[in-house]
Design a protein around this ligand. Structure first.
Ligand SMILES: NC(=O)c1ccc[n+]([C@@H]2O[C@H](COP(=O)([O-])OP(=O)(O)OC[C@H]3O[C@@H](n4cnc5c(N)ncnc54)[C@H](OP(=O)(O)O)[C@@H]3O)[C@@H](O)[C@H]2O)c1
Length: 348
């Protein structure tokens, strides 16, 4: 596809871990991109991607209430990534941002005549280490109001996905897809280091669990099996802009075809990055699970979106590439005089 025939893509959550990778890959593929960010991240994002003339930032202070009239001018497709991670917003705000946020963007998109909408769902929990497009966690909004931050997150994602799918049913003229990744790990995108001129571990999102492997007394690990490399998640979202079939699945669960055991992760770093050995976490503290892989049928992703089963990043690539980026970022911080210490608290 030539640069001229590619639509201007509006990306929400563009200053976040996954959103930035989506934006980076879109720009590298020749798309023009308008990224939404808020607060101090607006300027940081502008700077971080200043070498791309086809990139611009718009400030969207709250996805659920923003006026998108100007932001959607000339936009041909939306990739909606933004949603609060566990613990990043109170329960009411989290539910509202995710559910109303998605619906508000969809309604505004419809008004603006934008026909293509990709959303990031979440494969948050699953029965029997298997997950299909019709599986839903039996969580209610009431559970969320009185539950912990993970219950809130599971509910916000579930009800946002359901709202998007219901909207899609009523709007067959729009091409709507929800991709549902499990835990996302892997390297910070190129340029993301400029989003974090000073230590900001929250910006690492879930990849902070990998960063914490660089702390000898670390005991923090993600809570359930199922992972996918951030680069794969992003390219699948982008492939969603050009499905191979019109009747592609609307809700697409994702998971790596490779098992992802953090004991192996520690071994990869030990063997391939000997200079980091004295920092490494103790493998005996890694939780033991019956399986380190979730059974998800990834063939629909190949058939409908052209992502071949052989093309996913291996667990080793995910870990070593992530660690190399963290070491680069630490060097950047240290060269500015910051004291850098891997946090002891779990990232979420
Ligand atoms: N990371 C994972 O393992 C994982 C797994 C499955 C699905 N997902 C989904 O992937 C998406 C991105 O996650 P991530 O890991 O990249 O998290 P992240 O780094 O925290 O990015 C999320 C972005 O959304 C923005 N945001 C949240 N609420 C907003 C609101 N009300 N208005 C405007 N912007 C808002 C945040 O802005 P601020 O930075 O300004 O707060 C942030 O830039 C989310 O939808 C998440 O549910 C993530």
């Amino acid at each position: 596809m030539s640069a001229q025939s590619k639509p201007l893509v509006f990306v929400t959550g563009a200053a976040g871990y996954l959103g930035f990778e989506v934006v980076y890959q879109l720009l590298e593929a020749g798309y023009a991109v308008r990224g939404a960010a808020r607060g101090r991240k607006v300027k940081l994002l502008e700077k971080a991607l200043e070498k791309y003339p086809r990139f611009e930032v718009v400030e969207i202070a709250d996805i659920a209430t923003a006026d998108y009239t100007a932001a959607f001018k000339g936009v041909g497709a939306i990739i909606h990534v933004a949603a609060p991670l566990p613990g990043r917003a109170d329960s009411e705000t989290a539910l509202n941002s995710a559910i109303e946020g998605s619906l508000h963007i969809l309604r505004e998109a419809e008004k603006a005549g934008i026909k293509k909408f990709i959303a990031t769902g979440s494969m948050v929990t699953f029965p029997d280490n298997a997950y299909g497009p019709n599986d839903w966690v039996p969580v209610t909004k009431q559970d969320a109001i009185k539950g912990n931050s993970f219950v809130v997150y599971i509910a916000e994602k579930k009800f946002a996905e359901q709202a998007v799918l219901e909207f899609a049913e009523k709007h067959p003229e729009m091409d709507i897809t929800v991709f549902c990744p499990p835990w996302i790990f892997g390297p910070l995108a190129l340029g993301f280091e400029r989003m974090i001129p000073e230590p900001d571990f929250a910006a690492f999102s879930t990849s902070a669990f990998v960063y914490q492997l660089l702390r000898a007394d670390n005991v923090n690990y993600h809570y359930t099996p199922g992972v996918l490399d951030v680069r794969d998640v992003a390219r699948i979202h982008i492939a969603g802009l050009n499905p191979l079939t019109r009747d592609h699945p609307k809700r697409v669960p994702l998971s790596s075809p490779y098992p992802a055991d953090f004991r192996d992760a520690i071994k990869y770093i030990h063997d391939e990055r000997p200079e980091l050995r004295d920092r490494l976490a103790d493998p005996s503290k890694v939780p033991r699970w019956p399986s380190y892989k979730v059974d998800v049928d990834m063939q629909p992703v190949e058939k409908a979106f052209g992502i071949s089963l052989a093309s996913y990043k291996t667990w080793k690539e995910t870990i070593l590439d992530a660690v190399d980026r963290f070491v680069d970022v630490e060097k950047q911080w240290k060269s500015k005089g910051f004291k850098v210490e891997v946090p002891t608290a779990p990232p979420m």
